[in-house]
Write a protein that binds this ligand. Structure first.
Ligand SMILES: [Zn+2]
Length: 230
């Protein structure tokens, strides 16, 4: 009898463990809203890179950001906030203040690259540098250091997911993941990256960046990557 009771106990214990392992993540994922801030860079007077006579980087980053917002909003558990949803100038400082107030779970800034001749092509992904942590003079407390480390590691993970997915959209066009002091990312305690989507100075990529269908392809790829991150 004792043996039998034990067996029953073990089986119920295993069942309970199974329910905990399988059940909890699903239920919490369904309830928790992911708050994401998308930053279409530039705007207003600041056109960014000139893509054609009438279209600037600010227009393409906004079009992709709006498409990305629409893509993620198809599922219920996402809240997407844009740093701008129209053609207006917003300073770095105002963007940073808005982000600090919103406290999102993820931050993605969108840019378009240019230069290095017509042949330069491909996307680049920047994540915040680890310099802050290793800088002894800043005397970051150990606890804070762990928190910061976690966010930086998350940013690298997000950058790697984006790279893998963008690789399928821009095959063999990856220019690398770059650790850099990007002003918009500075001091941000959340997973955060900047994506330079492609080169406006490359004829083939310029076509891709301007076409509505490829803008939506890019948005879908970014949405897929963000979903994979969570
Ligand atoms: Zn830019």
């Amino acid at each position: 009898m004792i043996w039998r009771t034990r067996k029953v106990l073990i089986i119920s214990g295993l069942l309970l463990l199974f329910v905990i392992i399988c059940g909890v993540p699903y239920s919490s994922a369904a309830e928790k809203k992911h708050l994401v801030v998308i930053d279409p860079a530039h705007g207003g007077q600041d056109i960014g890179v000139k893509i054609t006579e009438s279209v600037g980087e600010k227009d393409v980053t906004l079009a992709i950001a709006l498409a990305l917002q629409k893509e993620l909003a198809k599922e219920g558990n996402w809240e997407i906030v844009l740093t701008r949803d129209a053609d207006k100038a917003i300073s770095f400082e105002d963007r940073r203040k808005a982000i600090a107030k919103i406290k999102p779970d993820l931050f993605l800034s969108l840019h378009i690259n240019a230069g290095f001749g017509k042949s330069a092509a491909g996307f680049e992904i920047y994540y915040p540098g680890f310099k802050d942590i290793t800088d002894q003079k800043k005397q970051v407390k150990d606890g804070q250091k762990d928190v910061k480390n976690k966010y930086l590691n998350d940013s690298v993970r997000l950058a790697q997911i984006l790279k893998k997915n963008l690789d399928t959209l821009f095959p063999r066009k990856e220019r690398g993941l770059r650790e850099a002091d990007t002003p918009i990312l500075e001091g941000m305690n959340i997973p955060a990256v900047v994506v330079e989507i492609g080169f406006a100075t490359n004829p083939e990529e310029r076509k891709k960046l301007l076409a509505a269908n490829s803008q939506s392809e890019i948005a879908k790829t970014l949405a897929k990557s963000i979903k994979l991150f969570f």
